[in-house]
Design a binder for this molecule. Structure first.
Ligand code: SF4
Ligand code: SF4
Length: 296
């Protein structure tokens, strides 16, 4: 199949208002994550499932998981309370494409009601088929983030405990191969269908810290727009719990080398799967209560 031209019309949706992609927008505009995707299809060695997907979020329990219908009702209430929400994202608390029915239904509902909203999602890339990418483009989802931690199967294979695909479990090098293949193909499709592609990579000391520039080079050659190098936050009860946090020298060095290949996002604030508001703002008690109320 050949890709159709993108359906995204910048005269309708102001793509510059995405706070995670534009430094200028992050003081003015906020985003809301709809926590509709509880399951995950892989196990990252830095992720404790009691918390959110750390690929795009800070550890901290999601207040509740919502159905697509509940998520729309919740969004309506938040839109009444605030006037700064320019972006609706789906980022967990598991992975959007381990819950594709809920993910696509939520985007359909939100797009129908909010024609000018910027829509984005963050995924590990596994399960993102060309059909989903095509429908995302039709729904004018404009920003897609893929988290990838290696382009070498041996290295990526050390980051994933397992990956589940077509009822098979992959481990070690095979898990690395499966994830890399899925992620690189996802980036190709995202660009083919005219969307903005961001790559998140977790800096894992001694595992992939010297490898991140290779990721930057590879994804840049496929047309990825921007990269976000996120330092590991060692989390209890994970394989990587005893690794050190990347120090300033490592963080700076990795970003300098990656920046030779691709634009970097440098104002990242790790956010929860149910984050609301400007980057770096904490969810208020009121919001946490609202999510719980909407889940009933
Ligand atoms: Fe955790 Fe996200 Fe990795 Fe799934 S993709 S294991 S939720 S960090
Ligand atoms: Fe979208 Fe990621 Fe920003 Fe959330 S953190 S709004 S998923 S780019």
């Amino acid at each position: 199949t050949t890709a159709t031209a993108t359906n995204i019309d910048p005269s309708e949706i102001n793509l510059d208002n995405h706070p995670c992609f534009s430094k200028g927008a992050c003081a003015t505009y906020g985003r809301i994550h709809l926590p509709i995707a509880p399951k995950c299809n892989i196990q990252c060695n830095y992720c404790n499932r009691d918390f959110d997907c750390v690929n795009e979020s800070r550890p901290g329990v999601t207040s509740a998981v919502l159905s697509p219908g509940q998520a729309l009702a919740y969004l309506d209430k938040v839109m009444e309370m605030r006037d700064d929400i320019a972006v609706v994202g789906i980022a967990g608390p598991g992975d959007p494409f381990a819950n594709p029915t809920e993910t696509m239904e939520t985007f359909r509902l939100v797009r129908e009601k909010y024609p000018k909203m910027i829509l984005c999602l963050s995924t590990n890339g596994l399960g993102l088929t060309e059909n989903y990418v095509r429908e995302l483009a039709e729904l004018k989802v404009s920003h897609v983030t893929i988290t990838m931690n290696g382009v070498d199967p041996e290295i990526a294979g050390q980051v994933y405990a397992w990956a589940r695909h077509d009822k098979r479990i992959y481990r070690h090098r095979q898990a690395g191969e499966l994830m890399i293949e899925s992620q690189l193909q996802a980036i190709r499709w995202i660009k083919q269908y005219g969307m903005i592609a961001k790559v998140n990579s977790i800096i894992v000391p001694g595992v992939n810290d010297t490898h991140l520039p290779q990721i930057a080079k590879t994804v840049s050659s496929l047309g990825a727009d921007i990269m976000n190098c996120i330092p590991l936050l060692p989390t209890a009860e994970t394989v990587f719990e005893n690794l050190p946090e990347p120090d300033a020298k490592m963080r700076f060095g990795v970003r300098l080398k990656c920046g030779e290949h691709i634009n970097l996002m440098t104002h990242c604030a790790r956010c929860r799967a149910d984050a609301v508001g400007r980057l770096g703002q904490q969810n208020t008690e009121e919001i946490q209560q609202l999510i719980r109320d909407c889940s009933r």
